[in-house]
Design a protein around this ligand. Structure first.
Ligand code: ASP
Length: 308
């Protein structure tokens, strides 16, 4: 009973979704301030966009893409516009999307120009025989698919530039975004999108576009989107490990998610996940000071939270 309470899950019902806007440390200046209010509003907009689709019977894939797109377009999160600066003062964007019904996945790494990396990842999944494209060729692929490219300046915000100039390699680099969804047909999907960690070396790829690390979906178990110090999520193959623990050991979603995060903490990593199982149970554990997060479902009102 105690374990059940400690590892709380929320019941979303037969369909619903959750989003995150990154895990990290508390910046006192932002606490309760106008930036925080705008972040909460953006998370609510992302949830509303995804949920409107699910209610109409659209797929979980459509819902996670729509929700992540809202957060990529917001300058407040470290994905798309507002992405973290790397060591060279540039942006390299990573994203992935995963379809729990078919185990199909699409992923992009080190994009520099594509406005919505999640859409490029989805195009890789749907219009190529591959799972992952990287670098300038991935931006060229986006253009060929008719997806929007933006000048480099579009991605830069004063807030992220200050973090870079302060030399803050903060590991959790606030603001990676992600979504998990369950649709009326019982299909799960997940998506994650990020600018990576502030001050990362050029060419560094984090966990977000690595299927099984920062993103995973399998109808037989769960959908997962992760945020935090990506290297640890890659080393522990975190998202897939949550699904594997459920599949092989019969653990509940919450038990599996907590166990994987505890392992990451023991190794010295920090972050969190949003994880949704095929029965609409949601777990959103994190071992960092905060995680921007929210959910809505057939049986759960829209809610957004940041702190514990
Ligand atoms: N996981 C992301 C990365 O390592 C960063 C984050 O979630 O804050 O690229």
């Amino acid at each position: 009973m105690i374990a059940a309470r400690r590892h709380a899950t929320l019941a979303l019902g037969r369909f619903g979704l959750a989003v995150h806007g990154g895990a990290g440390t508390i910046e006192r200046a932002d606490m309760g301030g106008p930036r925080e209010a705008r972040q909460r509003a953006a998370l609510a907009r992302a949830l509303t966009a995804g949920y409107a689709l699910l209610r109409e019977g659209a797929s979980a894939l459509d819902a996670v893409a729509a929700a992540v797109l809202v957060l990529e377009d917001s300058p407040l999160f470290n994905a798309g516009r507002g992405a973290a600066f790397n060591a060279d003062g540039r942006h390299e964007l990573d994203a992935a999307i995963a379809d729990g019904a078919t185990l199909a996945a699409g992923s992009v790494a080190a994009l520099r120009r594509a406005r919505n990396p999640v859409l490029v990842a989805r195009a890789v999944m749907q219009h190529t025989p591959h799972v992952m494209l990287a670098g300038p060729a991935a931006d060229r692929f986006a253009r060929r698919r008719g997806l929007a490219l933006m000048p480099a300046a579009y991605f830069a915000t004063a807030h992220r530039r200050r973090a870079w100039l302060r030399g803050r390699v903060d590991g959790g680099g606030h603001g990676t975004v992600g979504a998990v969804a369950l649709d009326r047909a019982g299909n799960l999907a997940a998506a994650t999108s990020t600018g990576g960690t502030t001050g990362k070396l050029a060419g560094r790829v984090g966990d977000s576009p690595i299927v099984g690390a920062g993103v995973y979906a399998d109808n037989s178990t769960c959908a997962v989107s992760a945020t935090g110090t990506g290297e640890y999520f890659i080393r522990t193959v975190a998202a897939h490990d949550i699904a594997a623990r459920m599949r092989y050991r019969g653990e509940s979603l919450a038990e599996a998610a907590h166990a994987v995060l505890a392992r990451i903490a023991r190794l010295g990593g920090a972050g969190g996940v949003i994880a949704l199982d095929r029965r609409g149970r949601l777990a959103m554990p994190f071992n960092s000071a905060l995680m921007y997060r929210g959910s809505v479902g057939e049986r759960a009102r829209l809610s957004v939270a940041i702190y514990r």
